[in-house]
Design a protein around this ligand. Structure first.
Ligand code: ZN
Length: 171
């Protein structure tokens, strides 16, 4: 792999071949144990649902999915609290422009990520690029600006949607 990690997540069965990586729920569980925080049942369920979907998912879709999975309703405040915990632990990222959540590709370290979000299929790719982080840090320093949060999200069309468009043109 190049200077960045390709991090498209598997869909559904979590075994979509070429980009398979360790089960992120198991990774999260190990990280939480190391940090002495609890990966409760609800926290784990939300990670599993995000993994299965493999694309940015809104809180209300998660609430619906939880209801189906568990036949128990979980209120929005609880889900938001759980998502906040997962974000704080670096396990989940929020896609601000979609108001949606996605598993973080490399939860073991903090980093400034760039998200590429496909407007056709809704997939997102997370890319760790130190150059972007560095540029923002330099610009902030020039402005005397203290950064609390960096959001870098790029909207467009992913490679597989571009190629299925091309295939469609032949017919
Ligand atoms: Zn796409």
């Amino acid at each position: 792999m190049g200077p960045w990690m390709k991090t498209r997540q598997g869909s559904g069965d979590g075994s979509s071949g070429q980009e398979a990586f360790a089960n992120p729920v198991a990774v999260a569980s190990a990280l939480c144990a190391d940090r002495g925080v609890r990966l409760t049942r609800l926290r784990r369920l939300i990670l599993e649902l995000l993994w299965e979907r493999g694309r940015p998912t809104g809180a209300y879709e998660l609430i619906e999915a939880l209801k189906e999975r568990d036949s128990r309703s979980v209120g929005p405040p609880t889900v938001y609290r759980t998502l906040d915990f997962l974000i704080t632990q670096g396990l989940v990222s929020k896609i601000e422009s979609r108001n949606a959540y996605v598993l973080c590709a490399h939860p073991e370290r903090s980093h400034g990520c760039v998200f590429f979000i496909c407007g056709d299929c809704g997939a997102s790719s997370e890319l760790e690029d130190r150059r972007v982080e560095q540029l923002i840090a330099e610009d902030a320093a020039d402005l005397g600006f203290r950064v609390h949060q960096r959001v870098v999200e790029v909207q467009g069309t992913c490679m597989s949607c571009v190629s299925s468009d091309d295939a469609g043109d032949r017919f």
